[in-house]
Ligand binder design. Structure first.
Ligand code: NAG
Ligand code: NAG
Ligand code: NAG
Length: 412
């Protein structure tokens, strides 16, 4: 027994990215997908997006820990309903940092990781505004995550202002361990920051020190350079998807233009969209100089092959909107047909009682040729709603409207 354990640990140490996974207790079992990401044998790559889990609320009262138990259950139910998931994305606000304690704030990551570890699944995170606060450090959260080989979350930009979760993951058509392989799909993860600085208080007021809530310009520069390098290596634009917790001001502008529940199916209860940057778009003067996310949007809109940006943060919005170039004539950036999507509030923590769920994204080799993807929301009830194809005619195709159901914790 001891021999097996020691041998297992030695094996694990020898193969830091090998075909093994660690459980929450540090032992290893086989079967985890820890090699480079690849399409499955059916030619599909499936992403399950959990967002706004908000673990760790009010640990000193019964309802806080209880809602975490329910959030784990949501994850388990959805992953069991989606057994072919290739990658789980945790799209920010994993933990409600303003409620947590300095000495154990990142330990909630263990509860969040368990449904994936139990199923041998791999995941990638972006951090949200609640993942950085006086008592929680996004850098320490990353350290906690990286104890598991199943986590692909990393930090590729190291400027003081970048935030933490800025990185990309290549996805290959076939399993590929060779750095010469050309990816079929790129997944970009951007840190939209926000929240507060870890263990810092204003010298005068004693208040927590805020962090800017948008993708930093050093990250935009890194994205442009890195994408250019990848494209020149591939010899062609590579289809791409992106994830960032806080949506951009283009989502706010599109919402202000109006949604049709049959053309952009989804719940639209958070009006106006809470977006990156300080100043809202509608009815505002001089936004051209003030919108801090404009450089980020310009970079995305200038990137051929960019299919969709998935955001969270607004628990009451679950739609996708195709940002075509003629839709927003007054907006400082012209869209290139990129789809701006929300997912579904997944956690029992955080505001709102909208039924919990997780947006599913299905990328197929076949549709990728037309830069089209399929997506729907898997609910905790087991139902799938809001199924759409984000293709050239999304925004004109008519779909069933999405129901707007509510769920709550059952009474004790
Ligand atoms: C963190 O510490 C608090 C206070 O002791 C406790 O109530 C809470 O359950 C702890 N959280 C975790 C994840 O261990
Ligand atoms: C932060 O953690 C410390 C140590 O556990 C605790 O005393 C304090 O109440 C927490 N919250 C804030 C906002 O400081
Ligand atoms: C887009 O997908 C919808 C739903 O499957 C389909 O009806 C429509 O014809 C597709 N459009 C294109 C251009 O393929």
């Amino acid at each position: 027994m001891v021999f097996t354990l020691v041998f297992g640990l030695l094996l694990l140490a020898a193969l830091p990215r090998g075909p093994a996974q660690q459980t929450a207790t540090g032992t290893s079992i086989s079967g985890a997908q820890t090699g480079p990401l690849a399409f499955d044998s059916d030619g599909l790559f499936r992403i399950s997006i959990f967002e706004d889990l908000h673990f760790g609320e009010n640990a000193w009262e019964a309802w806080g820990p209880r809602q975490d138990v329910y959030s784990v259950r949501v994850m388990e139910q959805i992953l069991d309903a989606e057994p072919q998931t290739s990658l789980v994305v945790l799209n920010g606000d994993l933990i409600t940092g303003e409620n947590t304690f300095l000495e154990n704030s990142t330990e909630y990551m263990d509860q969040i990781a368990k449904p994936m570890l139990d199923r041998g699944l791999t995941w990638a995170s972006t951090y949200g505004n609640h993942d950085s606060d006086y008592n929680i450090s996004a850098s320490l959260l990353l350290e906690r995550e990286q104890r598991w080989l199943n986590s692909r979350t990393s930090q590729m930009v190291h400027s003081d202002t970048a935030g933490v979760t800025n990185y990309y993951l290549p996805v290959y058509l076939e399993p590929c361990d060779d750095s010469d392989c050309t990816p079929a799909l790129l997944l970009w993860f951007f840190d939209s920051r926000g929240g507060f600085q870890f263990q810092q208080r204003d010298g005068v007021t004693g208040e927590r020190v805020g962090r800017p809530g948008w993708v930093d310009s050093t990250v935009v520069d890194w994205f442009k350079q890195t994408n250019q390098d990848l494209v020149s290596k591939a010899g062609r634009p590579v289809p791409a998807l992106a994830f960032t917790h806080i949506p951009t001001s283009a989502s706010l502008a599109l919402q202000a233009k109006g949604l049709d529940p049959r053309l952009q199916p989804g719940i639209n209860d958070d009006v106006p969209v809470a977006q990156q940057g300080d100043l809202p778009y509608p009815g505002k003067v001089g936004y051209e100089e003030c919108e801090q996310d404009i450089p980020f949007l310009e970079a995305l809109a200038a990137t051929p092959g960019f299919m969709a940006l998935f955001s969270a943060h607004n628990h009451g919005n679950t739609w996708c909107y195709k940002w075509d170039n003629d839709l927003l004539p007054d907006f400082p950036v012209k869209g290139n047909g990129i789809n701006l999507c929300f997912g579904q509030h997944s956690g029992y923590g955080g505001y709102g009682r909208w039924i919990r769920g997780a947006r599913q994204v299905v990328v197929s080799r076949e549709k990728l040729e037309d830069l089209a993807i399929d997506t729907y929301i898997r609910l905790e009830s087991g139902a799938a709603v809001g199924s759409v194809t984000l293709n050239a005619t999304y925004g004109q195709d008519v779909y069933p409207a999405t129901p707007n159901d509510q769920t709550r914790l059952p009474p004790d």
